[in-house]
Structures are given as C-alpha cells and as structure tokens.
Write a new protein. Structure first.
Length: 278
C-alpha cells in the first residue's frame, strides 16, 4: 500500500499557482416596483414634462384653475401645481388633504384651495375650473351620476376633464384572488364596463374626446400581490420582485413598447376618458 501511495504521489504533477480571483460583478440594483410603475405610466401618456400634459390630450398651464377630486397622495395635482396653475383639491380623507397641501407648499402654484368633503355636493361655485381631474374615484362612490353631475357643474364651459376608473379586464382578473374587502365599501363597490363609463360621462353632459386604457404591468402586479400576502407599504416578495425584473427587461427589449401596447390592450389596470364641457 505504501509503495502504491508513493507511486501515485510521484506521478502527481507539481501544484500550479492559483489564478487571481475574478472580481465578482456588482449585484444589479433592485428594481423598485413603484418607480417602474411610474415609468410604465409615463410610457402610457402620463406626466409629459415636454408638452405639459398630465395625460395625453390634457394640457395644464399657469392660466388654468385645476380641481382634483379624490386627490389621494397628490401625485396628479403636484404635476399640475408645477405648471403654475391655480389648484383646488378635494378628498373625503382629511389626512390626505393635509398631506397634499404640504406637498404643494413649495410649488409655483398660483393658489392652493383645500376641501375635506364627500362631494355631495362639492363646496365649490358653479363654473369655477378650467381643468377637472378625478382618477380612480367613481368606482368608490354610492351615486356615480350625482358625483359626475357635481364635476360637470363646477367646470367652466370648454373645461377639460380627466377621468379614470379601473378597467373591467383587470377587475375580473382580481375577483377570485383579491382580499374580500377589495370589492367592499369603501373600496371598489362596482365594476364599470367601457360602455357604462362612456355613458356615465355623456349623461353628465360632457363630450367624450378620447377613451383609452393602460396598465398590464399593474394588473399582473396586483394579482401577484394578493398571492404574496404582504403589506402594500412594504411589498417585498420574490413573486413581486421577479415580476418587476421581468417587466423592466420587457420594456428594455427592442420591441418592448410594442409588447407593452399589445398587452395593455388585453388586460388593463385603468381606462381613461378625456372629456369637454360644452
């Protein structure tokens, strides 16, 4: 045995010097799903800094008086305040109104007026606004006809309206997956079809100029969010992280914009109407 071991040892080639270790590539930055969602929205026509359009076909200038009903965290109205417009915000949530007021404090808005209200009625005079915004609100209210009539009342003749509600393709997808409270008051108490949405706006006396949809990314993200069972304020989960990575890679691909457009047409998070008051 000793002889065999010696023989094997003798036949072992001399040790080679170890190669220098290759530096590890830096880990790619984690994709922020919310910032990716903002980028996706901009590709869909939101927040156009070059044209001053909050959404395609909805320009905002310093000469406008803009009313945002259901202002939420103030993302939409902040863009408009940065254009120098007169700003009026209204929301049923006092904390959101105050947070938005503070967010707008350092903008060049010519004035900022705040209301905590259920919009029944709006505490605003007839024919006040040249621009009216209400996004993802109508699906929450008890009486959409009354709500839209109030929006129509406070707009000046010729005022433009930017209105959005969830698209039924996304809402139908969530039905059996979402938490039960998602489709209960005070959240989404109705699913609004494209035809119903156009009819609601027309019945309020407004002329529909355009009707579009977008948001495949957010539709899939929400579906995975329910499955991940994480908190919305800290939505860190492999399902959500992988989806954000995948969508970013799709958008960065040579035909990413074409793929996004095709998928937005199949399953959309939101439908958007631009309308005008005669």
């Amino acid at each position: 045995m000793l002889r065999l071991l010696k023989k094997l040892a003798a036949g072992t080639p001399p040790a080679q010097p170890m190669p220098e270790p290759t530096p590890l590539a830096a880990a790619p930055d984690k994709v922020d799903p919310y910032m990716l969602g903002l980028h996706d929205a901009m590709l869909s026509g939101w927040f156009n800094q070059q044209t001053g359009e909050l959404f395609t076909g909805f320009p905002v200038t310093a000469q406008d008086t803009l009313l945002d009903v259901g202002c939420g965290d103030g993302g939409n109205v902040h863009f408009c305040a940065m254009r120098g417009a007169n700003i009026i915000i209204a929301d049923i949530d006092a904390a959101k109104v105050e947070a938005t007021r503070q967010r707008l404090a350092d903008t060049p808005a010519r004035s900022i007026e705040c209301h905590v209200t259920d919009c029944n009625p709006l505490p605003i005079a007839d024919e006040t606004a040249t621009r009216v915004v209400s996004t993802e609100v109508i699906e929450h209210v008890d009486d959409p006809a009354q709500f839209l009539a109030e929006l129509a009342r406070v707009g000046k003749p010729g005022a433009l309206y930017l209105l959005s509600v969830p698209h039924p393709s996304s809402e139908d997808l969530q039905k059996d997956i979402a938490a039960p409270e998602y489709f209960q008051k005070p959240n989404h108490i109705r699913i609004i079809s494209e035809e119903q949405f156009k009819a609601m706006v027309s019945d309020a006396g407004l002329e529909v100029i355009s009707h579009s949809q977008y948001g495949f990314y957010w539709s899939m993200w929400m579906l995975l969010f329910w499955e991940a069972k994480v908190d919305f304020s800290n939505a860190d989960h492999p399902l959500l992280n992988h989806w954000a990575d995948t969508w970013q890679a799709i958008l960065a691909s040579p035909r990413g914009a074409q793929i996004k457009q095709a998928l937005d047409a199949v399953v959309a998070k939101s439908q958007v109407i631009i309308a005008r008051k005669p």
